[in-house]
Each structure stands twice: as C-alpha cells, then as structure tokens.
Design a binder for this molecule. Structure first.
Ligand code: GLN
Length: 536
C-alpha cells in the first residue's frame, strides 16, 4: 500500500483562475513545514506533449532536466518548490491512450475488450503511483487540467474518485478551485457558480474537501457559511483566494494567511509542523524595497500573449529581486521593427532581450534590434534563437560575412553560420526530435560568462535543432566575438559574448528554466545588474 498523501486539485467555473500557482503555493507551504512534496500535472488534451503546439494554443513549452516538453505550470512548480520534476510529472491524455494502445497491439490484454474504465483509469492511476515509487514523498499534489464539466477530463476525475474510494479520506483529498464573481452594478459577489461547479463534481462521485474561491475581496463570514451549507464543505475549509495585483510571489503568503496549508494538514490528519517562511519573507521584502525601475525590451513574435515567454519574464523579475530593482517590460513585435524606427522604439530601454523561437517570421527585426544593442552598447541577452540571431547579426555587420544566415531561414545561404545539428540531419518527423533537456557546458576562464557563473562546469536545459557552425569560429573570433562556453567535446557552442561591450551574452540553452525567486539565475542577475547601470 502506498504511504504518500494525495491532494488532487480540480478547477471549476472557468479557466485561468490560477490553479497552477495554487498547486505550487501549497507545495511551498508544505515544504516550509518540513514535508516533501511532488507535483504533477494532468493535461486532458490528446497531444503527447505541448512540444508541437503553437504558443497561441498553449503558451510556453517548459522543459525539464530530463528533456520532457511540458506544460508551463511545471515552471511554477519548480520555481515555488524544491521538488525535482521529470517527464513523469507531466501527463496527457495522449500519453495515456498511447501506452494503452501500444499494449493492446502487443496483445497484453489477452483478448479482453480495452475500455476507459478500467484500462484508461488504471493507466492514469499508475502514472500517479509512479511518482511515489521513485522517492519517499510525503505529499503528491496533482493538478487536473481543464475545468470540471469538460468532456475530456472525465477519465481523470474517475481515476481520482477511485483512489479516494480505495485509500479513504485520510489519504486522498480533493481541493476544488472556483470563481466567486462580483456583479459590478449590484456590487455583490455571487456564490452560485461555485455551487453549480460542486454539483458537477458530485455527479462524478467527487465531494470536495476544501474549496478555494477566487474572489476580488475576501469572502465574508456569511458567504463562507452559505457556500459551506450548499456544498457540504466545512466552513473552515472554504478559503478565499483574493486577487493579487503586485507579484505572484505574494501568493504563498496570501494562502498562508488564509490557512490553506493548515486546513489541508488537518483534513489529512497530519502534524501541523512549524512553518518556516523566512526565505519567502526575505524575497517579499526585497521586492517591496525595490524602487529603481529597469526597463527590458523583450523582442519576440508572441509578445501579445502573456504566457508565451512566461519563464523569461519570471527570470527577469528574479534578476530584479537579486539587484533590488523593479523590472518592467517593453514588449516589442520584431515584425514592426526596422532600421528606420529601431532607435525611437527602443529609446526607453535599459536592456534588450531576444528570447527563443522558431521560424523565419520576425528574424530581420530581431537582427536590427541586436545590431542596435551591440553598436549602442546597450546590455543584451540572447536566448537560443536570440543567440543565433546575435551570431547572424555579428557575422553580417561586424565580420563582413555576406548574407550570413541560419539554414532554418535560408537553406541556400552563402554563409550558413547557424545550421542543423549534424546527427539530426536525417530526422524528418516533427516532435521529440530536438536536443532537449540538461547538458553540461564548459566555461572558459576570464570571460563574462565565468564571472557571472563563477564556475567552469555548468548544466543547462536545451530545446533546439540548430547550432552554431563551427567552421566560422575562427573568423568571428578574429573580429572580436568570444566563444566562452561549449559542450565538453567542444563541438557545440553554448555561449557567445562580446568583450568590448558592457554586457552582451548569447546562450544556446534556456537559462530561464532554472531560475528561482530565491536563487536567481546568475545570467539574469548579471543582465539586470548591467541594465540597471546602463543610462542613456
Ligand atoms: N529555432 C532554433 C532552433 O531550433 C531555436 C530554438 C529555440 O529558440 N528554442 O535551433
């Protein structure tokens, strides 16, 4: 029998209520009480993973150490807790059906009819249990994606209903996150959507133990008792999740004050160990002490979408925490940027960041912005595609390599300074064919990268197909580019920099997946430090 306690979090009424952050914040509070947690996301879509989905569909693709392309909620889990996440922490309907169908083809079901119950639900349960087999975890917190009432999530809800039935209420609990909207003209908060959402859950055999109600101002005592009565949930277990307008790092504190962790521990009959919140208090203090503003121009195709560069924005704000400055973003669509307007468009920024991306759209605008950063000595940080664009810009405009480009954008360019990773040349299938996950990188001493990392060997997460073309290294070095980091066999360039510039760094990997508010990534901390010193 399994020992861990299972906490399942479902969402009701509508999406975007902050379920991922709630899961992460609960993890923070339980860890703060000395417990170990593991967090898992169940996504009800049929894709195997979000790797092939457009950012418009899905937001950012978050990459784990072991190279899984996952939901961006895993980013919150890692930023808020110490839990180590792998591909086992991100499950989709696609993965579940894929393995059941594979087994069916192998004949593993011995002639039986393969059905949603029990075969699909068993597979879901096995994926949840699989987390516990790896490490002795006190709590496994599982977020069920989507909104209760959706057709897609029914097998997941059925699986967790079975788990509650089998393991009982002292081992399995349900938290339901809902919305209590305020009708502006009436000035009244309404509990009816919450009641209806709980009814939907009850139809599926799930009685929530805790209700977390997203609301603009805290629930009144009367509202709590009304919700309690209509939804069969103890009054103490009806929690307000008040809108936070400042930083999302206030959310664990908000839930601490609302006693979410206390209620969870009590419901599961666990010890109320003393909560150590000092690290988070320190961060919040640094944030509220920050007065100086630093504006970072983020140049990306998907800037209209909040979530497309989620980890980049978070990491930049960690850089702000490290330097006690407020980081603000000027989001710029590279398709609207050219030589005639770059100076005017970027006149307010203290630093320029070009994040990762795929495809040709917007590339020339990014190159114009990078040239502006290089020539005007504005701190610049290029990530993955941003680093590749920095190489292209330098090759064309500083090293005189005519029409230098990446073969991703021009197959027949005279100077393919960025090209396909050789061993991947023959791979045609999309999805899961990239260089993914954590790889080591060796850093040269006496470089900016070394002075930021203070280490000769680092590990960073990757998600790319294209690489710097090694035969151009000497030429670019001659013109002043420094290749400060590479794979241990020196075949793959990982970091470039320009020494005659206040702060100009490009990295082939994604440092934004490893930054946390309480341990800001050294490159983001360094970039914001340089940006805060830059004055126009
Ligand atoms: N499109 C580029 C490549 O595949 C960069 C990828 C990225 O920025 N994540 O190499």
């Amino acid at each position: 029998m399994t020992k861990a306690k299972y906490i399942f979090i479902t969402g009701g009424v509508c999406s975007s209520l902050g379920k991922g952050v709630t899961v992460a914040a609960l993890g923070t509070l339980l860890e703060g009480r000395g417990y170990t947690v593991s967090l898992q996301k169940m996504d009800p879509y049929i894709n195997i993973d979000p790797g092939t989905m457009s950012p418009y569909q899905h937001g950012e693709v978050y990459v784990t150490e072991d190279g899984a392309e996952t939901d961006l909620d895993l980013g919150y889990y890692e930023r808020f807790t110490n839990s180590k996440l792998t591909r086992k922490n991100s499950i989709t309907t696609g993965q579940i059906y894929f393995s059941v169908i594979e087994r069916e083809r192998k004949g593993d079901y011995l002639g039986r009819t393969v059905q949603v119950v029990p075969h699909i639900t068993n597979e879901i349960r096995n994926r949840i249990y699989a987390l516990e087999n790896d490490n002795e975890t006190d709590f496994i917190i599982v977020e069920i994606g989507g909104t209760v009432g959706d057709i897609e999530s029914i097998p997941f809800l059925e699986a967790i209903r079975q788990m509650r039935y089998e393991h009982g209420s002292s081992q399995v609990i349900f938290i339901h996150l809902t919305l209590v909207p305020t009708i502006v003209v009436a000035g009244e908060a309404k509990t009816k959507p919450t009641q209806h959402s709980v009814k939907e859950l009850l139809q599926l055999g799930i009685q929530p133990d805790v209700l977390v109600c997203r609301i603009s101002t805290p629930l009144s005592k009367e509202m709590k008792s009304k919700i309690s009565l209509f939804c069969n949930v103890k009054e103490d277990n009806v929690i307000s999740a008040v809108d936070i307008n400042s930083t999302i790092y206030e959310i664990p504190k908000m839930y601490k004050e609302e006693k979410l962790d206390e209620v969870v521990l009590k419901t599961l009959g666990m010890d109320q160990r003393k909560l150590n919140f000092s690290e988070w208090d320190k961060i919040l203090k640094r944030i509220s002490n920050s007065k100086k503003k630093v504006i970072i121009g983020v140049i990306g195709k998907y800037i209209s979408l909040q979530d497309a560069y989620r980890s980049v924005y978070e990491s930049l704000s960690h850089g702000g925490i490290a330097n006690e400055v407020i980081v603000e973003f000027l989001k710029i669509n590279p398709e609207e940027l050219d030589k005639t307007n770059v100076k005017e468009t970027l006149k307010s920024v203290n630093g320029i960041l070009v994040p990762g991306g795929f495809g040709e759209r917007g590339i020339e605008g990014k190159i114009v912005a990078i040239q502006h950063a290089r020539v005007k000595e504005i701190p610049f940080f290029g990530i993955c595609l941003g680093m590749q664009c920095a190489v292209i810009e330098f090759s064309r405009n500083a090293a005189g390599l005519k029409n230098a480009n990446s073969t991703e954008f021009n197959q027949s360019t005279e100077n393919p300074v960025i090209s396909l990773i050789e061993e991947q040349m023959e791979i045609e299938r999309m999805g899961g064919t990239m260089r993914l996950g954590s790889y080591p990188c060796i850093i040269k001493k006496n470089t900016l990268a070394y002075s930021e990392y203070k280490s000769e060997k680092i590990n960073e997460r990757h998600r790319h197909r294209f690489e710097f073309t090694l035969k151009y290294k000497e030429t670019l070095e001659r013109y002043g580019m420094v290749f400060s980091g590479s794979s241990p066999d020196e075949k793959l360039i990982e970091i470039i920099e320009l020494p005659d510039h206040p702060w100009f760094v490009g990295v082939q990997y994604h440092p934004e997946f490893k930054s946390k508010p309480f341990s800001p990534h050294p490159l983001f901390a360094g970039f914001i430090r340089a940006a805060s010193k830059y004055s126009r």
